[in-house]
Design a protein around this ligand. Structure first.
Ligand code: PLP
Length: 420
């Protein structure tokens, strides 16, 4: 029963170094967040020892009386949070939630219509090397080349021609609200099911600061670790009529034993997401993204060929367009890394540069809002990023790094926690 530091000093060092990295840099990867201490505690608990194939009250293993309590709490909390009739909290990840959702809705060989990966969709929405592209026929829609938004009239025309069995609303890199009512009406018109993948914006929906896809969709999937700030994992919501098919698609369809420690941590995260602090925090997420978009759209930045896709944002992220900049996505990511800001390069729609390089950045505010940032701090971060991108070199990197360090020192992450 040795502690980690004694049993495995090499892995203990990884944890220590990673905690230090998270503390000393500004995390702006749009899909990341900082799970609260209570979530980490539940996730790093003895529940990891328990096998619980099946569902609460109907397990294939004995001794499930306590883990059943955790799973029922997670189910009831997430249903209440999103106003859903049914929830399955067992998917190990967002991708597995999506695989199960599709398996429940259609059979291999049938057709899905989702946002193209190159235009902000996710791998699981029909990318050819992913299970979704291998098992199903795929038609993809794109954003409009002028507005960079999903054009619902064009989507309707495409859906009429393609006749998909499932239409997918949802994205990994798109800065605007989707019109879920219009998606519903197109799906109804062509006799398709509507699946919304709200992995990115679920936290905003939970806070009531983003339109909810739940009333309009047959099935809704999400990750729990992005704006929702819970443990790395997935969840499926649906109308009650889908319960049997989805339960069976998750287990035994996709998975064996559920991760009960993660399910307990999901329950904790859903409790947090139902509270006033979470809602206030999501407000800062949106405010920060708007501040960032405005700064990166300013004249001094535009002169360096840098702009913001769609001119702004409705959500927790900003897509930076570097097509006219001397910096490509890789160079811009590296430059920001050198000043202590972590972002990811991201292809912009119609990107002339290859996918490993790209002409864009995706910059998100959820993790910094969790850290406590408000308007003043986001204004400072936005200016640091704007200065780095417009100068395009590391010449002022030291000065910018010092400004980053001031922010990280002023907003300590996991204060009082010596080690993990
Ligand atoms: N769906 C969307 C829209 C995503 O952005 C992601 C993750 O990036 C996923 C699903 C997959 O989640 P996971 O990485 O947990 O498999």
């Amino acid at each position: 029963n040795l502690p980690l530091a004694q049993l495995d000093p090499e892995i203990a060092a990884v944890l220590k170094d990673e905690l230090g990295r998270q503390r000393d840099t500004l995390e702006m990867i749009a899909s990341e967040n900082f799970a609260p201490r209570a979530v980490l505690e539940a996730q790093g608990s003895v529940l990891t020892n328990k096998y619980a194939e099946g569902y609460p009250g109907r397990r294939y293993y004995g001794g499930c009386e306590y883990v059943d309590v955790a799973e029922n709490l997670a189910i009831e909390r997430v249903k209440a949070l999103f106003g859903a009739e049914y929830a399955n909290v067992q998917p190990h990840s967002g991708a597995q939630a999506n695989a199960a959702a599709l398996a429940a809705m259609i059979t291999p060989g049938e057709k899905i219509l989702g946002l193209s990966l190159a235009h902000g969709g996710h791998l699981t929405h029909g990318m050819k090397l992913n299970f979704s592209g291998k098992l199903y026929q795929v038609a993809a829609y794109q954003v409009d080349p002028e507005t960079f938004r999903v054009d619902m009239d064009k989507l309707r025309e495409q859906a009429i021609v393609e006749k998909p069995q499932v239409i997918i609303a949802g994205w990994s890199a798109y800065p605007r609200h989707l019109d879920f009512a219009a998606f519903r009406s197109i799906a109804d018109e062509v006799g398709a099911l509507l699946w919304t993948d709200m992995a990115h914006f679920a936290g905003l929906v939970a806070a009531g600061l983003h339109p909810s896809p739940v009333p309009y969709s047959d099935v809704v999937t999400s990750t729990v670790h992005k704006t929702l700030a819970g443990p790395r994992s997935g969840v499926i919501l649906a109308k009650q009529e889908w319960a049997k098919k989805i339960n069976s698609a998750v287990f035994p369809g996709q998975q064996g034993g559920p991760l009960m420690h993660v399910i307990a941590a999901k329950a904790v995260a859903f409790k947090v997401a139902g509270g006033a602090e979470f809602k206030e925090r999501q407000g800062r997420v949106l405010e920060g993204a708007k501040i960032l978009a405005e700064r990166l759209n300013a004249d001094d930045v535009a002169q360096a060929g840098v702009s913001v896709l769609t001119g702004g944002t409705d959500v927790h992220l900003v897509l930076v367009d570097l097509r006219n900049s001397e910096l490509d996505g890789q160079q811009a990511e590296d430059l920001l890394h050198s000043v202590g800001i972590t972002v990811n390069r991201n292809a912009v729609p119609f990107d002339p540069r290859p996918p490993m390089v790209t002409s864009g950045l995706r910059i998100g505010t959820p993790a910094l809002a969790t850290r406590g940032f408000g308007a003043a701090e986001f204004t400072e971060v936005a200016d640091i990023i704007a200065t780095a991108l417009k100068n395009g070199t590391a010449s002022d990197a030291q000065a910018l790094r010092a400004r980053v360090s001031k922010l990280t020192a002023d907003f300590p992450l996991y204060p009082g926690q010596e080690e993990w």
